[in-house]
Design a protein around this ligand. Sequence first.
Ligand code: FAD
Length: 370
Amino acid sequence: MAKHLVLVGGGHAHMVTLSKIHELVAAGHQVTVVQPSDHHYYSGMGPGMLGGTYTPDDIRFATRHVVEKQGGQFVRDKVTRIDPDARTVFTQSGQTLTYDVLSFNAGSYVPTTIVAVEDQDIFLVKPIERLLEAKQRFLEMVSQKKVDVGIVGGGPSAAEISGNLLQLVRENGGHVPSITIYSGRRLMARFPEPVRGRVERDLKRRGVRIVANDYVETIKSGHIHMRSGQTHVADFVFLALGVVPSPIFEASGLPTGPDGGLRVNRFLQSTTYPNLFGGGDCIYFEDRPLDKVGVYAVRENPVLYHNLKAALEGKELQPFDPGGDYLLIFNLGERTGVLHKRWLTFGGRPAFIAKDFIDRRFMKAFQSIE
Ligand SMILES: Cc1cc2nc3c(=O)[nH]c(=O)nc-3n(C[C@H](O)[C@H](O)[C@H](O)COP(=O)(O)OP(=O)(O)OC[C@H]3O[C@@H](n4cnc5c(N)ncnc54)[C@H](O)[C@@H]3O)c2cc1C
């Protein structure tokens, strides 16, 4: 019997399902995708778009077009919550949809609790499409004066954003800004020392200041106030703090993990509602909590598609194996990077070339569906 599949978000874990909508439609099912933007942006290339290496077209996937051309329905809206017992989805604009099977790939967001509401010139590393606004505003500011940039966060996105802001000003002209990363305990603290040290040395050599062993408490009226009592000036702020899963699950009363992500079993299936699935940053994989990296979202694709189809057709589900080590490559701007896998670490231009090749190949594979 024909069923209705609803995809909440067309993120990295839904790429294969999005490319197979025609098969589901041919089998008689109805497929609806709800997403706040007509495009989905590939985050791995986001800092490169900020720095000017890539155009928005290089790094985005035309979700609406791909869905509609295969006979699916696209709803441009944001899901706020679901009622799992009534199998109903509620959206920000007040629409409701009912479903038989639903899959979440709504990603994560940067919490902004440390920011005073009236402050301007504060940008977030996500959603990736907003990096374009940051780029325009940054170029406008550096054309007028030497800007104090504060990047709050100690992970790879803080490092990537700082290096790509330097590229942006070097390639477009303007006053070279003073960039400070407020890294909390230590920049890239959770990474092996060869990677961590290399990233830190590279950024320092290029003039980036790193404030460690102190935490940002509030950002207000162009000032960053630290837990230690120190205050720093910042005309332009990037929040690159650790992301947290979409708030949909808590709002829906669904079982979540400690981080607020949808709690799923090894079939990427809700531990309580067998017709709910999910992938990417918004899930809590209870067998083995996963890092919030696109790599896992990409690996989940085939299993998620298989299981959604199986749930529609009453067939057997497949377990997801997260796999072992993954390749890390950071784009540090000015066409340099740092690459790490197991015992191998190297930096400079070769690392950037490797990342650029892998990222462009990934985009091409999915853009070809368009
Ligand atoms: C600057 C930066 C660089 C990164 N670089 C890398 C990298 O090089 N390699 C790597 O592996 N990881 C990288 N990451 C991590 C990576 O971004 C995430 O792990 C990845 O984006 C997770 O994919 P996702 O599909 O779960 O979420 P997302 O990419 O966030 O996609 C979620 C989708 O859901 C939609 N959506 C959001 N809310 C709703 C809603 N309420 N209703 C409906 N739709 C919604 C969004 O519009 C979006 O299209 C980076 C992260 C950042 C911030």
